[in-house]
Design a protein around this ligand. Structure first.
Ligand code: PLP
Length: 416
């Protein structure tokens, strides 16, 4: 089936688009690869791969420090990328964009700067019951060090936040909230705007973990009015080792630096250091310059295809896959929120997720099995030993889903 996606003067053909992703064109265990592990990391288009190569072939140099031409070119490319990220998430100023290694580092930065400075004994921090470990453990660590309390927004069996419960948890003891925009395990798109507005009525700052949002839905930090937000380059068609932390300037100004040395310094004597202006105050040492530059190419790729087109395509795949999966006897889909991205966690009655994953891998189909870095969600909330997860990207097709369904029938035949 040829899915031609047309929206707002932009159109793409998924089969043509796949040619932009060289990795997809290979055999695994003698079968054409089906890559359904996009929530872990997605594949990179040639434009991104080429931009890394071009950076090292033409302008590689250290940023912000040299007056020589190459250093100026590298600095310009690096700062252009920051501006591209600002535009991508509709932030007010590029000084509110901090380059980090990824979402995990962004959460750690916020917890160990804002958190260590402003969270005190007896305070409360709220996260949800569906957080990735990266947006759970840093807050667990902070609250235990500060003798503060970590509270969890409960979720329904369908995988949606219980919003009434959340609102009743708000009071003047709550000093910070951090929630995931899109669950990497359930696919749920959380009502983060509603969360932020309820939190702001108590003057509570809100951090949004947008790791699973950035490749699928338009992020607008001004419209959301979030105080902090993070995403990872490698889940956004960009390279590993680069991501961003967005924070409102008023918070970045208040926060102490995260790491010390290099670019975060304005003036230093043997006795004293004056820290650099934003955003450099939070970018110690030589940054991942090629990563930042190629993240800009990844954003260009997304803009060229159109996030709305991407979302529509993935939503079609989601509906098709869920319908076909429900044909299989003993199929349990975990996470049936009304508002979902293309992520499906499931178990087949009586079959261990690991066995399903191994057989699918033998057929060239890459899926993820286990806890998906949400162990409390899977073990404590859903009481499961793990799930199998498939997750879609812009280049996936209906034929791949058909192959996956055939694979599941084989799994059943072999293991039931
Ligand atoms: N948050 C969510 C929802 C994720 O899915 C992930 C990665 O899977 C992370 C945070 C951590 O991202 P990274 O490993 O890129 O730091």
């Amino acid at each position: 089936m040829n899915i031609d996606i047309v929206n707002e003067n932009i159109s793409f053909d998924v089969y043509k688009l796949r040619k932009e992703f060289p990795l997809l064109d290979q055999q695994i265990n003698g079968c054409p690869l089906v890559y359904f592990d996009n929530a872990a990391t997605n594949q990179k288009p040639l434009s991104v791969i080429n931009s890394i190569r071009e950076y090292y072939e033409t302008i590689n140099s250290n940023v912000h420090r040299g007056i020589h031409t190459l250093s100026e070119r590298a600095t310009e490319a690096y700062e252009n990328s920051r501006e591209k990220v600002r535009e991508f998430i509709s932030a007010s100023g590029s000084n509110e964009i901090i380059f980090v290694r990824g979402t995990t580092e962004a959460v750690n930065l916020a917890a160990s700067t804002y958190g260590m400075q402003f969270i005190n004994e007896g305070d409360e921090i709220i996260v949800s019951a569906m957080e990735h470990h990266s947006n759970l453990v840093p807050w667990q660590n902070l609250t235990s060090r500060k003798k503060a309390l970590l509270k969890f927004i409960p979720i329904t069996d369908n995988g949606e936040l219980v919003m009434d419960e959340f609102k009743s948890m708000l009071n003047e003891k709550v000093k910070f909230i951090s929630v995931v925009y899109v669950s990497n395990t359930l696919g749920t798109i959380n009502p983060v705007k509603e969360i932020i507005s309820a939190a702001h009525s108590y003057n509570i700052p809100v951090f949004i973990d947008a790791a699973q949002a950035s490749p699928h839905i338009k992020i607008d930090v001004k419209e959301l009015d979030c105080d902090f937000l993070a995403f990872s380059g490698h889940k956004t068609y960009g390279p590993t080792g680069i991501g961003i932390l967005y924070a409102k300037e008023k918070y970045l100004d208040l926060m102490p630096p995260y790491q010390f040395g290099g670019e975060m310094i304005k003036n230093v004597s043997y006795e004293h250091t004056e820290y650099n202006n934003l955003p450099f105050k939070f970018e110690a040492g030589t940054p991942n310059i090629s990563g930042a530059v190629s993240l800009a190419s990844a954003i260009d790729f997304i803009n060229e295809k159109g996030l709305l087109n991407i979302a529509r395509h993935e939503s079609d795949l989601l509906k098709y896959a869920e319908n076909r999966m429900n044909e299989i006897e003993g199929m349990n889909i975990i996470g049936n929120a009304k508002n979902k991205t293309g992520v499906i966690s499931f178990i087949i009655n009586g079959i261990h997720p690991y066995d399903t994953g191994s057989i699918l891998d033998n057929l060239g189909i890459a899926v993820r099995t286990g806890f998906h870095c949400t162990q409390p969600l899977i073990e404590q909330r859903y009481n499961l030993p793990g799930t199998v997860r498939i997750s879609f990207a812009v280049y996936n097709t209906v034929e791949e889903i058909d192959r996956f369904i055939d694979g599941l029938h084989k799994v059943k035949k072999m293991l039931s």
